[in-house]
Design a protein around this ligand. Structure first.
Ligand SMILES: *Cc1c(COP(=O)(O)O)cnc(C)c1O
Length: 368
């Protein structure tokens, strides 16, 4: 089976974790600080504040931005459930704007239509490793005096113009096992705002400025030094791993052209894609349904996944929730019925890539 994602650690990772264990300094300390500095450098952010996972980083960001009950946050209906859960955890109300079929992400003109007197934050999600359309989103935020939180959980190092995602507004990243960079579990918040960074550092550590000097009612959102050591070990190899993801994506694009019922993902002009996922669309013109395609591909030994099978609010906890405003999102609704993510990760061999292409072409009835 060719897996949809892999987790591999080199000897350097093992050594760094072992050194950290042996040092006896395992809670938030030197290693966390080093990881924060290096990650901030990678993104080109002024501050990076590490926390225990990517959901925490979204919740912490919204809380630090002052989001509370009665406020509205607008996001994409086509995202992982953590985005919505974070909005609800702050007591805020979630609204959604439809996406663009070109990039799967929230469409700025649709976003503009959803802004109300209560809107505080625009929350674009950089899905599959590509930046959302940040230019118009930034303009919209400025015009309406709104804050921007970027859910960059899937997009470490993705760019829009000459800037990395996570530097347009407040950036929230995840280091869960399957993400492009992992610490097993982990998250980080990036910001240029000194006061916000300071507040986040207090909030994650019981509100403590110095020993038993509490400035606010905080939390324990700390990352451990062991997790930070894993993260540090991944950074030097990240440019190389991105090159392999890009080469794999280029091969898949090249060899899956002009097939009836298949749409391949493209890198939007001016955006640097980091190919967290390579997500194709199986349309109604294909000779098999999307679901049959998925089972046939899986039984041919090619791991694949549907991210995501439903719009984010189409589950029992959200359908009857007063703080989840549900309207019609025809583009996103069509996409959830068409998407399939296929392997693009850096550990694919050339033979793996050939196997993936051959099986997809066969299932869709294209010449081999
Ligand atoms: C993974 C992910 C998160 C949550 O990150 P965790 O570290 O798993 O808590 C949030 N948003 C998106 C879009 C994600 O893919």
């Amino acid at each position: 089976m060719i897996p949809i994602s892999t987790v591999k650690f080199d000897a350097n990772a093992e050594q760094l974790v072992l050194d950290t264990l042996r040092s006896g300094l395992i809670v938030q300390g030197q290693k966390v600080q080093e990881f924060e500095q290096k990650f901030a450098e990678l993104i080109g952010a002024k501050h990076a504040i590490a926390v225990n996972n990517g959901t925490t980083s979204l919740i912490a960001s919204l809380e630090a931005m002052g989001v509370k009950e009665g406020d509205e946050v607008i996001t994409s209906p086509f995202t992982f459930v953590a985005t919505l859960n974070a909005i609800l955890a702050c007591g805020a109300t979630a609204r959604f704007a439809d996406v663009s079929a070109d990039d799967f992400m929230v469409a700025p003109d649709k976003l503009a239509e959803k802004i109300t007197q209560k809107t505080r934050v625009l929350l674009p999600v950089h899905l599959y490793g590509q930046s959302a359309d940040m230019g118009p989103i930034e303009t919209l935020a400025k015009k309406n005096n709104l804050q921007v939180l970027e859910d960059a959980a899937q997009a470490h190092g993705a760019t829009y113009g000459d800037k990395s995602v996570g530097t347009f507004g407040v950036g929230s990243f995840s280091f869960y096992a399957t993400k492009n960079i992992t610490t097993a579990e982990g998250g980080i918040i990036t910001t240029t705002d000194d006061a916000l960074a300071d507040r986040l550092r207090l909030m994650r550590n019981q509100g403590m400025r110095s020993r038993y000097n509490y400035e606010l009612a905080g939390n324990n959102w700390r990352m451990t030094d062991i997790h930070a050591a894993i993260g540090i070990s991944q950074l030097p190899g990240y440019p190389g791993s991105l090159e392999r993801r890009r080469a794999n994506a280029a091969f898949l694009q090249e060899n899956l052209q002009n097939i009836t019922g298949l749409i391949v993902p493209i890198e939007q002009p001016g955006r640097g894609h980091v190919w967290h996922q390579f997500t194709i669309r199986i349309t109604s013109e294909a000779r098999v349904s999307r679901d049959d395609f998925v089972s046939e591909l899986a039984s041919s030994g090619v791991g694949c996944g549907v991210y995501y099978p439903k719009l984010v609010f189409n589950y029992p906890p959200y359908r009857q929730n007063d703080r989840v405003v549900i309207e019609d999102y025809p583009v996103a609704q069509q996409l959830v019925g068409e998407v399939v993510s296929i392997p693009v990760h850096p550990n694919l061999s050339h033979e793996d890539l050939e196997t993936i292409v051959t099986n997809i072409r066969r299932i869709l009835g294209a010449s081999l």
